[in-house]
Design a protein around this ligand. Structure first.
Ligand code: LCS
Length: 393
């Protein structure tokens, strides 16, 4: 069905839609590694691109394409590439745009490995990078060099919730012929469309909100234009970052309820954030829906809603954080985010425990920082769980 002029929820349900000749309501799982040709000539036409035909799943598969067409449409992009993980999406972008002698600028508080690989792996291939506070456009401007090729943003950032002005950052970057990529994982296409704000590439860890059910790992890269898409596609296909058809099927299924899942989790998040902000054992709360968020107005202007991710600081540092972790009963003590179950994470004692306190603080991870990904359980249960655990801190 043509869904270009339909509403967001109609797109979620009907976009893509590669149905089989038997009329299945959903795109089937084409669980095959290869596709047979009708004749040698048919094979030749498929290889030359004269005729659209599937050849080999790493190069294209109807189930994966269904997901790609849908997400590209939701992000108002030219086309997209579904890949095996969010990190495969990040690497598709880095490898496509950066080579010997090139420079990247990124926000200082990215998802750890998105920064880690740029500091540890890419220097081996002659790529330089600078990490700045991208919530301040002047800090991005100061870091621009003649060899800067990529501005890599994550907004809101994981887990510090800093918000970058995508429009202003893109205008600045484009004046210097710098390509802008936004990791839109925290918002999903329901709450923010970076391409509409000026970005050239958008990526997601689909492990999070897009799939929404904590049962797969996946990623996607969306390009605004064909030339950029072709560069990304070359890398993705030849590095073998592709998604599996069964994985793509599950993501496409989860995606159908994206808007209703986020509406519900976001409604609860506002209540949880307000509850936390008023709690005597909580030092600070960072949630784009609270007036106290440093980029509250900016968030409102570029996001259609504040989302379902909250960071807060519990008084009493690492020990207090651990007590809270050890006493929650409903929230799962787990990394990842964007699923239907509420997850809680304490970076200082969990994901970032191996870093020195100085290294943690440099990327904004304070000892008492707790990250919550709010699920779709009853909000009263989410709050009473936090309440009983906080009472023991
Ligand atoms: N980008 C963001 C913003 C992320 O939060 C993650 C994963 C990735 C990219 C990488 O995606 P993956 O390869 O895992 O699909 N974030 C995680 C987190 O906060 N906890 O565990 C994983």
């Amino acid at each position: 069905m043509e869904t270009k002029n339909k509403g967001f929820n109609s797109k979620l349900i009907h976009a893509g839609g590669i149905h089989d000749e038997k009329g299945s309501a959903v795109t089937p799982i084409y669980q095959t590694s290869t596709f047979s040709f009708k004749s040698a000539d048919h094979g030749a036409r498929c290889f030359s691109g004269e005729e659209k035909g599937y050849i080999y799943t790493r190069l294209g598969n109807p189930t994966i394409e269904d997901l790609e067409v849908t997400v590209a449409e939701l992000e108002n992009g030219y086309a997209s590439l579904a890949v095996a993980s969010g990190m495969a999406a990040v690497n598709t972008v880095y490898l496509s745009l950066l080579g010997q002698g090139d420079h990247m600028i990124a926000h200082n508080a990215l998802y750890g490995p998105s920064r880690g690989i740029m500091e540890k792996l890419y220097p081996k291939y002659g790529v330089e990078s600078d990490f700045v506070d991208a919530t301040k456009i002047e800090e991005i401007e100061k870091a621009i060099k003649p060899n800067t090729k990529l501005l890599y943003l994550e907004t809101p950032a994981n887990p510090t919730m800093g918000i970058t002005d995508i429009k202003a950052a893109s205008e600045l970057a484009h004046k210097h012929d710098i390509i802008v990529c936004v990791d839109n994982t925290f918002c999903s296409p329901y709450l923010q469309n970076p391409i509409d704000l000026g970005a050239d590439i958008v990526l997601h860890s689909m492990t999070k909100f897009i799939n929404g059910h904590a049962d797969i790992v996946g990623g996607i890269v969306i390009a605004k234009e064909k030339a950029l898409f072709d560069e990304l596609k070359y890398v993705m296909l030849n590095m073998g970052f592709n998604m599996d058809p069964h994985q793509a099927y599950l993501v496409r299924r989860g995606l159908k309820t994206l808007a209703i899942r986020i509406d519900r989790a976001q409604e609860s998040s506002k209540k949880v954030a307000e509850y936390l902000e008023a709690h005597e054992k909580v030092e600070w709360v960072l949630y784009p829906g609270l007036r106290s968020h440093p980029q509250y107005e900016l968030g409102l202007s570029q996001m259609r809603g504040p989302g379902a991710m909250i960071s807060f600081g519990v008084k009493g540092g690492i020990d207090a954080g651990k007590t809270l972790m050890d006493n929650v009963k409903l929230a799962l003590l787990a990394v990842s985010l964007g699923g239907i179950e509420t997850l809680i994470q304490h970076p200082a004692s969990m994901t970032h425990s191996k870093l020195s306190p100085e290294a943690r603080h440099e990327s904004g991870i304070t000892d008492g920082l707790i990250r919550l990904s709010i699920g779709i359980e009853d909000v009263e249960d989410i709050i009473s769980d936090l309440d009983q655990a906080l009472s023991l801190v």
